[in-house]
Design a protein around this ligand. Structure first.
Ligand SMILES: CC(C)(COP(=O)(O)OP(=O)(O)OC[C@H]1O[C@@H](n2cnc3c(N)ncnc32)[C@H](O)[C@@H]1OP(=O)(O)O)[C@@H](O)C(=O)NCCC(=O)NCCS
Length: 211
């Protein structure tokens, strides 16, 4: 394994998880907490996040609160969803979210969003790279899959740059706030080649700390 011992022995089989952090020295991934509620609520006002994700719309502060204290906390506690806030490693500012929805039997869904001001610099590429390192490293998953509503080019570009193979389009295959939309699907297997960006990924694997 590329990560220090964590109490997880062998492939993760489901069940409670202790939070862990991931960093490459530029971005820091740490589960969001109560102190992040206002920032998440502010960022989720972004029209693109509301257009392309399944966050509530309109988005209220209470939505951010229940996300952090409910979905995020329960997700880690039950091992069903592992969500991290994407932060600037230097200042700690929260600039986005990335997560794995654990499907069971070695498969998980990758999801993400970024603050508008953090886009266009490869921040999500770094965050996704760290999450995939964990997925195929310490979690020993066999497969990570990605879905996006058809037309979400920036999301598809992030997935394809990370090595995902877009496998097709599911007509009305996705649901957004009760309404069906066409979606793209893609996957990356543990056995697939992942593109390496020279100088960007620490050769010995990213540092990981227990939370
Ligand atoms: C999807 C989303 C996270 C992508 O953000 P992004 O800024 O394009 O992604 P990255 O941080 O990886 O940056 C990639 C951009 O930085 C550029 N870049 C610069 N340095 C880079 C590097 N080292 N590595 C990768 N890209 C780099 C890329 O060329 C790309 O810019 P371009 O789109 O002009 O070609 C963002 O558009 C978003 O939050 N959208 C709304 C929510 C959403 O759609 N979520 C996904 C739902 S499925």
């Amino acid at each position: 394994m590329r990560f220090p011992a964590t109490g997880v022995t062998g492939a993760w089989q489901g069940g409670p998880m202790r939070t862990f952090e991931l960093t490459d020295g530029v971005v820091l991934l740490r589960a969001p907490g109560a102190a992040d509620v206002d920032r998440i609520a502010a960022l989720c006002q972004d029209p693109a996040i509301q257009e392309w994700t399944t966050v509530p719309s309109p988005y209220a502060r209470a939505d951010a609160e229940s996300y952090v204290t409910g979905m995020v906390a329960d997700g880690w506690a039950n091992g069903t969803q592992l969500n991290w806030a994407v932060r600037d490693a230097a200042g700690g500012t929260l600039v986005g979210m990335v997560g794995l929805g654990m499907e069971g039997a070695g498969s998980a869904e990758l999801g993400y969003w970024l603050a508008p001001e953090a886009r266009g610099r490869g921040v999500m590429a770094r965050a996704v790279d760290l999450v995939l390192d964990a997925a195929f490293g310490r979690l020993e998953l066999a497969r990570v899959f990605w879905r996006a509503f058809v037309g979400n080019g920036p999301s598809r570009a992030v997935a394809e740059r990370a090595g995902f193979r877009v496998e097709g389009e599911l007509r009305l295959g996705g649901v957004q706030r009760g309404v069906r939309r066409d979606e793209w699907v893609g996957s990356l297997l543990a056995t697939d080649d992942r593109p390496r960006r020279v100088g960007e990924r620490p050769a010995a694997g990213a540092a990981a700390r227990e939370g």
